[in-house]
Design a protein around this ligand. Structure first.
Ligand code: T5A
Ligand code: NA
Length: 213
């Protein structure tokens, strides 16, 4: 075949949204969906609290430790960098990854604290760019009404409003915005269509690229 690789790669699919927007619920449904179709797929999440960097992040988020805003920003980024080579390996070997939060969270949350947005984006440059970003769109007031809200550092209404504004600045062509107030099953159906299209495009030879593009 004249050196053209026919090996199909997996898709990098990211879920983003405010705290309690439904990312975790939808990620696990998408995993079952892809596996049910016979695709190789894994569920990942950031922060990955299992690594030593992730443990520092986790203790910060639960208010057990204090860190300078720049420091925690770089730790979130480092937590993605420490998984980058494995991520690339998985995708190239044909496994799709459904990732609960990624660089968009990193930039939106730190910018909402007042850090310069370009400074926030810089350490994300060179990480793999998602093939599809699903943004679960919810008004901060509505998210705050959901169970379990308020336990962690960033779960405060005024702050989440700023995060939502920064997410809008980051929106690009890879995004699919979904109404997060719809019933869980309705959102699930919408996501299945988008995700299947994306997986097929990647199998069909769509190249991997890097942030920010
Ligand atoms: N952060 C993260 C940074 O600052 N920088 C970074 O680089 C990264 C990666 C991490 C925190 O760190 C910040 C962002 C976060 O503040 P986390 O561990 O990812 O936090 O936690 P959250 O994203 O906040 O996860 P949550 O579990 O709070 O929210 P989810 O996953 O969006 O929501 P989910 O699925 O757990 O659902 C929440 C509730 O709503 C219900 C569910 O049953 C559940 O009770 N629900 C619905 N109810 C009605 N209709 C629907 N459609 C519903 N979907 C879900
Ligand atoms: Na949370």
């Amino acid at each position: 075949l004249n050196g053209v690789s026919t090996e199909a790669r997996g898709a990098l699919i990211v879920l983003e949204g405010l705290d309690r927007s439904g990312k975790t619920s939808q990620s696990s449904r998408l995993l079952s969906y892809l596996e049910g179709l016979g695709h190789s797929a894994e569920l990942w999440r950031f922060p990955d609290r299992t690594t030593s960097v992730g443990k520092m992040i986790s203790s910060y988020l639960s208010n057990e430790s204090q860190l300078d805003d720049h420091t925690i920003h770089l730790l979130f980024s480092a937590n993605r960098w420490e998984k980058k080579s494995l991520m690339e390996e998985k995708l190239k070997s044909g496994t799709s990854l459904i990732v609960d939060r990624y660089s968009y969270s990193g930039v939106a949350f730190s910018s909402a604290k007042g850090l310069d947005i370009d400074w926030c984006k810089a350490p994300e440059i060179g990480l793999l760019a998602p093939d599809l970003v699903i943004y679960l769109n919810i008004l901060p007031e509505k998210a705050a009404e959901r169970g379990g809200y308020g336990g962690e550092r960033y779960e405060k209404l005024e702050f989440q409003k700023k995060v939502a504004a920064y997410y809008q600045i980051l929106r690009d062509a890879s995004w699919k915005v979904v109404d997060a107030l719809l019933p869980i099953e309705e959102i699930e159906k919408q996501l299945q269509v988008a995700v299947l299209d994306c997986v097929k495009a990647c199998q069909g030879g769509k190249p991997l690229s890097c942030l920010w593009s």
